[in-house]
Design a protein around this ligand. Structure first.
Ligand code: PEP
Ligand code: MN
Length: 337
């Protein structure tokens, strides 16, 4: 349930309501809006009576939240959440493009890519140092050395860095280098990891599991929120279907649906959702037209030599062309790029 306080509610009245809810054994999340305060109640399983709370001074009304996700829901937080990362705002008017290689492979590969994507207008640098590969014989990433290279690329270009953390025990190491912690599709329901990044107080890019429903994605976000971290960016990266021509199937309706159900920003990964570089540009335009707050795109200076995901990686010149083509689409839907 959420308690909507009157615009005129005083601090003391808000404190009274909070104290009463806590006495009932429930958890309280306060959201102070520009106009009014909303108090979110996370119940303890027992039914909660609305009338006694509605009679309290300063309370305007209460709204039951029937969905299983509470803190992630639009009802709880009607305005869009904007996640700020070193001055880059994800979820505002500007569409934020994150770009870089699938995996950090070497100093020159990363720096060359970072300079090129920055020049083309990307605002965040992506790059995996710890790679969740299907085969144990595939390149697993450079590990901490990869993180160091990402930090060096940030130093030089000023781009904040998003990189995957695969294990809860690795969170302390990864947060010493990364600006955004990426939870990969394969780990979307790794609850120990969600708990750890919830406590990390660092923005999180939460990718939808390849076999997960929208509700499961929002419940994964709820784990992070319930551990005190509300800086979450949701990512639609395609789901597994019967289709064989693409690596995954981009669920384009997930974008407006997530925006309706939740206040959290939504980005689309056109690279993993298609698996084919030639589809990345048109799918990116579709994502922006559908209301995505950003994109995360794989770029490699020599895709044919890439140690992972070369087939879906754009060369820098193609990425620059993608950015040019996106601008009019962003403007057509009232956004900037
Ligand atoms: C990635 O971003 O490189 C990645 C492994 O993505 P996903 O977890 O969506 O497969
Ligand atoms: Mn990849």
């Amino acid at each position: 349930m959420i308690v909507v306080m009157k615009q005129s509610a005083t601090k003391a009245q808000i404190a009274n309501v909070t104290a009463r809810i806590e006495r009932l054994g429930c958890q309280v999340h306060i959201s102070e809006g520009e106009e009014r305060t909303i108090i979110g109640i996370i119940g303890n399983g027992r039914p909660l009576e609305r009338e006694p709370i509605e009679r309290m001074a300063g309370v305007e009304h209460t709204v039951p939240i029937l969905r299983p996700f509470k803190l992630a829901s639009r009802e709880f937080h009607p305005r869009d959440t904007i996640v700020s990362v070193n001055g880059v705002k994800v979820g505002g008017k500007q569409v934020v493009v994150m770009a870089g290689p699938c995996a950090v492979e070497s100093h020159d590969q990363l720096l060359e890519t970072a300079r090129a994507v920055k020049e083309a207008g990307a605002q965040v640098l992506r790059g995996g140092a710890f790679k969740p590969r299907t085969s144990p014989y595939s390149f697993q990433g450079l590990g901490e050395e990869g993180l160091r290279l990402l930090a060096e690329a940030r130093e030089e270009t000023g781009l904040p860095v998003v990189t995957e953390v695969m294990d809860s025990q690795m969170v302390p190491l990864v947060i010493t280098y990364a600006d955004i912690l990426q939870i990969g599709a394969r780990n979307m329901q790794n609850y120990a990891l969600l708990h750890a990044v919830g406590e990390a107080q660092r923005p999180v890019l939460l990718k939808r599991g390849m076999m997960s429903t929208i509700e499961e994605l929002l419940m994964a976000a709820e784990y992070i929120l319930s551990h005190g971290n509300d800086r979450i960016i949701l990512c639609e990266r395609g789901i597994r279907t019967f289709e064989q021509y693409t690596r995954n199937t981009l669920d384009i309706s997930a974008v407006p649906l997530l925006k309706q159900l939740s206040h959290l920003p939504v980005v689309v990964d056109p690279s993993h959702s298609t698996g084919k570089w030639a589809l990345v540009e048109p799918v990116s335009r579709a994502a922006v037209a559908a209301g995505a707050d950003g994109l995360i795109v794989e770029v490699h200076p020599h895709p044919e030599k890439a140690l992972s995901d070369g087939a879906q990686s754009l060369k820098p010149a193609r990425f620059a062309a993608l950015m040019r083509g996106l601008r009019p689409v962003a403007e057509a839907v009232g956004r900037t790029l």
